[in-house]
Design a protein around this ligand. Structure first.
Ligand SMILES: C[S@@+](CC[C@H](N)C(=O)[O-])C[C@H]1O[C@@H](n2cnc3c(N)ncnc32)[C@H](O)[C@@H]1O
Length: 253
């Protein structure tokens, strides 16, 4: 199981990720491709940062997240008794969990689609999005883009972050299976408690799959969607060999 002990440190590890700007970007895509949207389902909602920001600007957000630890992390900052009535988390699997069939948009952000590491799982996620959308509803999701992943190739990376209590060092070591478009990222995370110097170690392997545009088009066509647009995540440039993260927008036919 991934996003377990590691989940406790997720928000600290990504403290410099610009969730506000990303939320503005997602909101601009929703306004462009389905302007009347109100009710939104988020797949792999994690600790709920995008979801709560979207709820705060007026959308009704429902999140499906597999890791209870990620959901709990979200509630540490926003206790249930204070929870925004426009934002609800459900523990579940976005390839099969059903909430309702009247969503205007489904969103899935920060490579959740790439965590679906087989064609079957990717198709199941699209089918599960499709059956919960209204006719004409949209699905916005980002994923690792195969042409760029194999041009640049995942590299060993070390990330260091800290706050007043904790110092975290995370080593990410990729093992590539190019012929299958798969990468196993071995995360070895050292957590130092600064007040007493105690160090603990967390190990998780995250399996990720890269996709190319032909696959996304084929999967869309076979799951009741048409593809409206694909662009580089945030920059909005056309997908290219320089584009690690691509964002696609599909519409339910
Ligand atoms: C990189 S995190 C992104 C979390 C959040 N979307 C964000 O932007 O911070 C990927 C998340 O997807 C969740 N996830 C991956 N596959 C899932 C699935 N099949 N069903 C539900 N959640 C899933 C993981 O548990 C994890 O919380």
């Amino acid at each position: 199981m991934i996003f377990k002990d590691y989940a406790k440190y997720y928000n600290l590890l990504y403290q410099n990720k610009d969730y506000r700007k990303e939320t503005e970007y997602i909101s601009s895509l929703i306004k462009k491709f389905k302007p009347e949207s109100k009710k939104i389902l988020e797949f792999g909602s994690g600790s709920g940062i995008h979801g709560r920001m979207l709820a705060n600007i007026g959308y009704h957000l429902f999140g499906i997240e597999r890791s209870q630890e990620m959901i709990d992390l979200g509630y540490q900052n926003y206790p249930p008794q204070n929870k925004d009535e426009n934002f609800f988390f459900f523990q579940g699997d976005c390839t099969k969990t059903f909430i309702a069939n009247d969503f205007d948009a489904v969103i899935s952000l920060f490579h959740v689609f790439s965590y679906q590491t087989s064609e079957e799982l990717a198709i199941d996620m699209l089918k599960n999005a499709n059956r919960q959308l209204k006719q004409g509803g949209i699905f916005i999701f980002d994923y690792w883009f195969a042409p760029a992943v194999w041009k640049y190739r995942p590299k060993l990376r070390v990330k260091k972050v800290e706050n007043t209590n904790l110092k975290i060092t995370r080593i990410a070591e990729p093992i590539c299976f190019e012929e299958k478009n798969l990468v196993d990222v071995d995360y070895l995370t050292f957590v130092e408690e600064l007040p007493n110097g105690k160090i603990s170690k967390i190990q998780e392997t995250h399996k990720l799959k890269a996709f190319d545009l032909d696959e996304i088009i084929n999967f869309s066509n076979s799951t009741g969607f048409e593809i409206l647009h694909s662009e580089e995540w945030m920059s909005q440039l056309p997908p290219s060999q320089k584009t690690w993260g691509v964002c696609s927008i599909l519409r339910k036919r």
